[in-house]
Each structure stands twice: as structure tokens, then as C-alpha cells.
Write a protein that binds this ligand. Sequence first.
Ligand code: SF4
Ligand code: SF4
Length: 375
Amino acid sequence: MSPEFQVDLSELEGRKFTCIDGCGLCCLCQPELLPNEERLFRSKFPNMVVLKNEPHRHYAMAMKKGMGSCAFLNDRRCKVYNDRPHFCREFPFHIHVGMRAQVQLDLSCRGAWVTDGEDAMTAGAKIAEDAKEAINHTLYESKRVYREFFDNCHESGIDPDPEPMQALVRERLEKMTYLPYLATVLEGSAEDEQIDLRKLRVPAELDKSAMRELESAALEGANDSLGAPNAFDAPVYCDEANRWNVFLSEHGRFEQYIIKDSGDLEHVRSVDPNAVRLLVPDESGRKVMADYLRILNNRDSIIGSTYYLVDEYDYEDYFPNVYLGVLSTSMLDMIWRASLIAHVKGTKLDGAGVREGIIYYDMDRLDGPSIGAFI
Ligand code: SF4
Ligand code: SF4
């Protein structure tokens, strides 16, 4: 590794990874092409590459019917496997560059949940080693942006050091999986007063009206995050049978579709969002939830999202409020999606149920706006 920087790999500790045959979820992500990849694909496959103008001008793989998988995916196998772009080689690992580089694991990939496979730490270290030039280059620019952000914080009297908040959350991982606790954090983070996790007054139970309020906050978040205008922009839930499900918010209902391999949509069912109850995870569900919270609390991209919002809010909000707001809304969104899946399957929110919620949610969490960049 380059002597200029170290890469944090802690998220990968103890995890295994294997690519699951027939999954293809990452082939729905329309990989951006690096300049050398762009030259290769444009010369060899001129009709399979498209020019995109958002979020910046770049070339990317063409998608089947503009919204299905990558045009090179055939029977869930890559037709250009040996030449596949760097994005495809890295997935499900993502390198986040902020004040340092950190490798994060996309938990929407079912292959990141296996107990037998390649050691994720070894795979992540190799990916970081291969990307060291890009990391070095991006670090230089991102540190400049962070310094500017810290200067703005200093001028506004904000202490942006995340460590004290991260330590408080670390001590309360189990508590924060308890819905009354989560609801209290959510409510406190939106107050004008600075939230103090050590002094929270948490009710033993949520009464009916508090539960309705939490459900309506969760539904509002779900409408925002699932309310994509089309299947291409909607979050995809790859289920145990490797079906690519999307729930599109249409006329006040969630319409469930499956994206077919051909790029067509098949309608499955219509779901009344008000019939989806926010389920209370059982003990095994809370364990999976606590572990996910531990991962989010260590992610530099969550700190980057908090910084992004502090800047968006014109440096007028307390840092702990924004940080805890990001964490608690993320957990609530994930639990609501887990509840939606349990609702359509008729299952409970045990460990497996919460894991499905994370599989549905994590890719969107990683995609959240942030100061810092994924390379
Ligand atoms: S999402 Fe994961 S398991 Fe699925 S194809 Fe991609 S790398 Fe393989
Ligand atoms: S190039 Fe291959 S691996 Fe990459 S998105 Fe397309 S089909 Fe999937």
C-alpha cells in the first residue's frame, strides 16, 4: 500500500463474500466507464455504450429497454466477464474517500451474507491496493473540501468531531434497536435543543398514538425513498430466488413489479401502504439490527452524509442532532422496508426478516448524498 495513506478495512472484519450464481443485482446499476474502458467498449461495442449527463458527463453501459439490467447480461452471466469495468470487479466493495479511505461492503449483495467464501478483508485490501492511485488523487481533493467544511463549522461554532457521538451510540447499540428508544432519538434529533443521548427519557412502551406517529414518519420516508418515477430509478430488492423486485409508489399505493431479464416489468401485486404495519423485531431481529447499526455508526459515508446535511442546513443545526437524525431515519427506513417485505410474504421480523430489510435498503444508504466520494 502507498505510504501516503492507510485504508480502513474494519467494516470487513470477520465477513466472507462470494458472488451468487444467478443473482445479477449489481448488473442493474449501470456502471460508469473509466476512460480506458470507455475507449475499449466504444470501439468494440459502439451500440452497447451510452452517454450520460447526470450527475456528470460520462459513458456507461447500455441497459436493456433503458431500465433492465446491463445489456451484456445474458442468462444472468456477463458476456464480457474478462473485460468487465472496474465497478463490476469491485462490487460489492466500495471505497469511500473523505478525510481517509475506507472500504465498505454493500449489504444489498446477498453474497455479502454468506458464512463460507472469500475472506472479505483480503478481497477489500486487494481492491484498495489496485485503486491506490485513484485513492491518492481523490484524497487530495476531498481533504481540501473537508478543510473548507471544517472552517465553516469553526466559524459557526460547530464541533464536527464525530467520535464522541459514535462512542455514545456504540454504547447503546442494543437499546437503539428498541422502537420506543428509536422513536425518542428520532423525535429528539428534530428538536431545537441539542439532543443528549445520556439524558433521554424513553417510555417503556409506545402508546397507540406514538406508534402511529412513528409509522407515519416511516411511511413518509418510504414514500420519499421508494417514490421513484420509474423502475430504473427505484430501489431494487433482490429476493432469495434472485427475482429483482421494485415497489413503485403510484397513485397512493405501492405497486410491486419484477424486472424481467428481458428488461420488461411484470406486475405482481398492489399494496396499500396504510396496511403495512411497522413490525417490532424479535430478539434475533434486534441482534441483526444492532449489528447493522454498529456498521452504519462506523461508516465514513454516514459522517459524510451528516456533513452534507450540516452544510445544507446552513450550519444552524447541532451536529449530534443531525448525526442521530441520519442514523435513526436510516434504521427506521430499513425497518419499514423489512416490514413491507414481511407484509407481502406473510412473515415476521426475526433475524432473517431484518436481514431482508437491510438487503433492500443498504444500497440506497450507500448512495445517500455525502461530502466525500466513492471511487
Ligand atoms: S450483487 Fe453480489 S452476489 Fe449478486 S451478482 Fe453482484 S456481486 Fe454477485
Ligand atoms: S459488464 Fe458484465 S458484470 Fe458489469 S454490469 Fe454488465 S453484465 Fe454485469
